[in-house]
Design a protein around this ligand. Structure first.
Ligand SMILES: Cc1cc2nc3c(=O)[nH]c(=O)nc-3n(C[C@H](O)[C@H](O)[C@H](O)COP(=O)(O)O)c2cc1C
Length: 247
């Protein structure tokens, strides 16, 4: 069983490709009941958010039990990232507590973080190169999982302590905040794509058919990137930034 969380579709795609190769099932983390069958592996696929697992995924695993998950379960995590993951694996293992995670992998995919100055989506050349390289990387990850390897095959990058132990706590406390989303009322076509694409079910259309956020955001930026009218921004900073979602 592969559980995925995804904002712009990269992690969902990776989970579904892995499921095809492994003859497994890929399920959205936040929907429905989860039960492991005897001997089944347990995979977690999520984006790296500020050099750690998304806080919503950490909260989920801390507060839920999965029937059938025991000390014999082969458990692995796959995190998609734009560049590098810092200490994401250590943070994930800390979130699991006594439960084992025998293997960890990172898969570089097009970048989705655009909110702070200096961060933008990849150029079209870099985006195309990452998408072209991904299938071979997923093949390698699937082979390691099929062999039940205990391994840590990730790109951590530099200054991992600073990124994961200083910047990330700041992000989890102050950066996961939907109060900065704004809608260009002239551009919005009231199509509801933002509502349907929010994995948190945190967006509704108000009585003027304009999107409203309700304070339960994962900061995945799915709404901003998927809006076909480009009507959604995160403050002023994202106005000039690119948009991306997995094709
Ligand atoms: C809030 C946020 C924080 C991010 N932080 C990182 C990061 O620390 N390192 C990195 O390489 N990519 C980072 N990214 C980029 C995503 O990890 C990457 O684009 C990922 O594949 C998106 O997955 P998704 O399409 O399943 O949401 C971040 C993206 C978001 C939205």
């Amino acid at each position: 069983m592969i559980l995925w969380f995804s904002g712009t579709g990269n992690s969902r795609w990776v989970a579904e490709e892995l499921a095809k190769k492994l003859g497994d099932r890929a399920l959205p983390l936040l929907e429905g009941e989860k039960t492991l069958t005897p001997g089944e592996a347990l995979g977690w696929v999520f984006p790296t958010h500020s050099w750690g697992p998304p806080p919503v995924v950490v909260d989920w695993v801390r507060s839920h039990d999965i029937e059938g998950w025991n000390e014999d379960t082969y458990c692995y995590m796959v995190t998609t990232c734009g560049d590098d993951i810092g200490q994401c694996v250590q943070l994930w293992r800390e979130a699991l507590g006594p439960r084992q995670c025998q293997a960890a992998f990172s898969v570089q995919m097009p970048n989705s973080y655009v909110c702070l100055p200096g961060f933008d989506v990849d150029s079209s050349e870099v985006e195309a190169a990452k998408l072209a390289a991904a299938p071979a990387r997923i093949d390698a990850v699937a082979q390691a999982i099929a062999a039940r390897q205990a391994t840590c095959d990730v790109v951590t990058g530099r200054w991992t302590w600073l990124k994961s132990r200083v910047v990330r706590p700041w992000f989890a406390k102050h950066g996961v905040d939907d109060s900065r989303f704004v809608v260009d009322e002239n551009a919005c076509t009231h199509c509801g794509v933002c509502v349907r694409s929010c994995p948190m079910h945190n967006i509704t259309l108000d009585d003027r058919q304009m999107p409203c956020w309700h304070g339960n955001c994962a900061m995945c930026l799915g709404c901003l990137h998927r809006c076909p009218a480009r009507a959604i921004d995160n403050g002023k900073a994202t106005r000039s930034k690119g948009r991306y979602h997995h094709p």
